[in-house]
Design a protein around this ligand. Sequence first.
Ligand SMILES: *Cc1c(COP(=O)(O)O)cnc(C)c1O
Length: 423
Amino acid sequence: MINIPFSPPFIDQTVVDEVLHTLQSGWITTGPKVAALEQEIVRLTSSNAAVCVNSWTSGTILMLKWFGVKAGDEVIVPAYTYCATALSVLHCGAVPVMVDINSDFSISPEAVRKAITPKTKAIIAVDIAGWPCDYDQLNAIINEPEIAGLFVAESFKQSLLSRILLISDAAHSLGARINGFAAAKKSDITIYSFHAVKNVTTAEGGCICLNLPEKFDTAAEYKYLRMYTLNGQTKDALSKSQGAGWRYDILFQGLKINMPDICASIGLAQLKKYESDLLPMRKSIALKYCDGFKDMDWFVPPPLMDDKRETSYHLFPLRIKNITEDQRDLIIEDITHTGVTVNVHFIPMPMLTYFKSLGYHITDYPVAYEQYACEISLPIYPQLTDDKISFIIASVITAVEKQVGVRKLNKVSGKYEPVGVSF
Ligand SMILES: *Cc1c(COP(=O)(O)O)cnc(C)c1O
């Protein structure tokens, strides 16, 4: 039987060679490969600086702490995301204030506006599947005099910014664009994940991109954050290992969340061919899926491109019109039986046990539930051949039609319609 995994990592000879080079270089933790990866990310995203860390989650905790987010504060997050978005807020002692999304999966700016209080310190907007949020509108809201006037600055960075911090959860959206520029340019802070299933991976890892207003000294912030990832230590292990570099100092209570060079080398090799090969291959698969389903009246295409934005094609979130959550589950069961692994992105956080225990209710997030109930994420990665894509399309159509009824081509409308409609 055919076996199509959901999201295997892209490991070709250039990745193996880069990792081997690191292994044999005599230096395996944070060093030249991390520096090279950071440079590549700065180049790709045109960001002012990039700091690599050992996960998206640790990077986000770091940036919330950097901004002074603490117990009693609120951070606005969408209900529709991976749990890490809210957990990073909880880890800082603050309250994740969940809001609903729009039907394109992205956080609703109107819901954000309503959720802002004098306790709001930050917003974490999530680019689900790689589709950038409406950052123009989010920026407009946080800069409105009335809303900026609500902001209570309680740390040096907060006084300097004197408004709500806009963080982008860009775990999915490396390579996404807005008005021809990297989407990262639209947020104060953009955090990528290099977890094994993401578009670019370092096995585990993440990267913080800084695009702070000019009143921040980005070079100084980079140095400070680098130190923060290394226990607040004045020297990294590489400089300590050289010559008379043994003496160091600890300046504050840092974290230990640096990325090793072994991991960075995996991502470095992938990034070198990301824009030229890997991203276009993902895009072409997304377009093939759209073509394969375009005549199906049950097909809701995912947001891929509009006059401003383009996704990073991280997921292909298929949605099926007018089905229940149970029907969606049965469709997944049938697809899985054909040897194709699919997924659901995401189970809204208020449906998960821990968040329920904190008092969140899915009934407060009707759009999130609606998107979740009819969503199936299809495999999308450079190694997928045309044969496999055709197989997946056929498998999905068969499974869906078993639930919603067989469709036939209506020669007049040119669309597939349920049998029983007069042709
Ligand atoms: C993967 C993911 C994360 C967490 O990334 P880690 O690097 O595993 O910490 C956060 N947010 C979203 C939306 C994700 O998909």
